[in-house]
Design a protein around this ligand. Structure first.
Ligand code: FES
Ligand SMILES: [Fe+2]
Length: 374
């Protein structure tokens, strides 16, 4: 990690710059199961800018969450259903984001809505399984979501085949989003930070796990069997994959998808996204759901899932809170950090993540330079 890695963690201007650079990167927004019916919408953010995704019949559309009149947020809350009407003065928009009904338009603006050409800022949307991603368009930004996710795609597609409504866990963390990501990439802290929730014996030996970098992203499989990563992808592609160990995929910039063993043979899927709010504040959104893979004793799940549900929720809440506390304390000392941290073999992926992050920032800066020259 570069010595200046901490700058955007402590400095609001450096953070703003970083977020501008990231606004054209595919960013996880939410799940299609939350926008399953016509008119359903959900809110999210891309590089601190509020956006929403709405279903119009068979299609999902994304827009910046900002009315074209006086920039009131069109969607308030996490999710809902309804026509696209601004609450401030009742401007109404169609599925293209065009203002199609404006109260007293002739009298107040000397024009009919079509003549005003007022429209919402469109967000590019793409999906992988039930995962919805979005980004702001810009000249030269044309990498497809498939290419962006690369080898992560088969796993993300298979692991996100959620049928029912998941459980939600949301929390604001008083720490920078990158510190939040670092802790998910750190397999060293578990016995110290989660001694009772995960157990003091949860220390993993580096030789017993598999780390794999792919594109800008990385994964951990808690098995050392040769070819485990490739077999996992192959199984996901063919629909034959059955979870047997802990798996975590980190998708740069801010998404984590994991499979955890809850008891004997039952696995849960967990999705966590860290939406940056400010340099020292992050919105953590998490989704919990029974892993969508057939396992032994599948028939038991109907009976045992309701029992498992609150247990998993409590445990996930506890583990996430323990991680959040660590990040909040790191944020407190961030100003005093004057060099790069010493990363051991169980923190290797933090370095990979930081390299990907720097690459994205460099690409963003190059984009800004060429926009200025145009
Ligand atoms: S700000 Fe939305 S209608 Fe006025
Ligand atoms: Fe942790």
């Amino acid at each position: 990690m570069e010595p200046d890695w901490i700058r955007s963690v402590v400095d609001a201007d450096a953070f703003e710059h970083e977020q501008r650079c990231l606004s054209h990167v595919w960013t996880f927004l939410g799940l299609t199961v939350d926008v399953a019916n016509d008119g359903d919408w959900l809110t999210a953010s891309i590089a601190t800018r509020s956006v929403f995704v709405q279903r119009f019949g068979g299609e999902l559309r994304g827009f910046e969450n900002l009315c074209a009149h006086r920039f009131y947020p069109l969607r308030n809350g996490a999710r809902g259903n309804g026509r696209l009407i601004c609450e401030f003065h009742h401007w109404q928009y169609d599925s293209e984001g065009r203002a199609v009904a404006i109260p007293h338009a002739r009298e107040l603006f000397d024009a009919v809505p079509a003549e005003l050409c007022a429209r919402l800022n469109r967000v590019e949307i793409a999906t992988c399984g039930t995962l919805i991603f979005g980004r702001f368009a810009a000249p030269g930004v044309d990498l497809s979501l498939e290419d962006f996710l690369g080898e992560g795609l088969p796993f993300l597609h298979a692991a996100s085949q959620i049928k029912a409504r998941p459980q939600y866990l949301n929390r604001t963390v008083a720490a920078n989003w990158r510190l939040c990501m670092h802790v998910t990439l750190d397999d060293y802290h578990v016995p110290a930070v989660h001694p009772t929730s995960m157990g003091r014996s949860a220390y993993v030996q580096r030789q017993n796990i598999t780390y794999k970098a792919f594109g800008l992203h990385s994964s951990l499989l808690s098995t050392a069997r040769t070819g485990a990563f490739e077999r996992l992808l192959e199984g996901c592609r063919k629909g034959t994959y059955r979870p047997t160990h802990y798996v975590i995929f980190q998708i740069t910039p801010n998404l984590t998808v994991l499979l955890i063993r809850v008891d004997f043979s039952f696995f849960y899927g967990v999705i966590v996204v860290y939406d940056a709010l400010r340099h020292d504040r992050t919105n953590q959104r998490a989704w919990l759901f029974p892993a969508p893979f057939v396992g032994p004793y599948q028939w038991l799940r109907k009976l045992t899932d309701p029992v498992r549900k609150p247990i998993v929720r409590r445990l996930a809440q506890r583990i996430l809170c323990e991680d959040n506390r660590v990040c909040e304390r790191l944020q407190e000392t961030a100003r005093q950090m004057r060099s790069a941290p010493r990363l051991g073999r169980l923190e290797e992926r933090i370095d990979w993540f930081e390299n990907s992050y720097r690459q994205l920032i460099a690409e963003g800066e190059a984009r800004m330079r060429s926009a200025e020259e145009r």
